[in-house]
Design a protein around this ligand. Structure first.
Ligand SMILES: [Zn+2]
Length: 81
């Protein structure tokens, strides 16, 4: 019997909304993502090995990854709220 297993990060989208992106300076959609290491067997992530790491935000307009605290800034200064 041959097992293929490994440990790797798995990224999950936890939120999809809109924000004022500080990079491309437009009001666009973002994805809030969270990364976690999983033990996987046959390339299927089975067991979470760590607590969720710091979430990060990806702007879907310019595809820039940013720390999730840009959302607080964007909401404070949000021109469309
Ligand atoms: Zn952007």
């Amino acid at each position: 019997m041959f097992f293929i297993f490994g440990i790797g990060p798995k990224t999950k989208v936890v939120e999809k909304k809109q924000f004022a992106c500080p990079v491309c300076r437009t009001y666009s959609s973002y994805e809030l993502k969270q990364q976690r290491n999983y033990f996987s067997l046959f390339f299927i992530p089975l067991i979470p090995l760590s607590k969720p790491k710091t979430a990060f935000v990806k702007c879907l307009n310019c595809s820039t990854d940013m720390p999730s605290n840009v959302l607080q800034h964007a909401q404070q200064k949000g021109p469309f709220d």
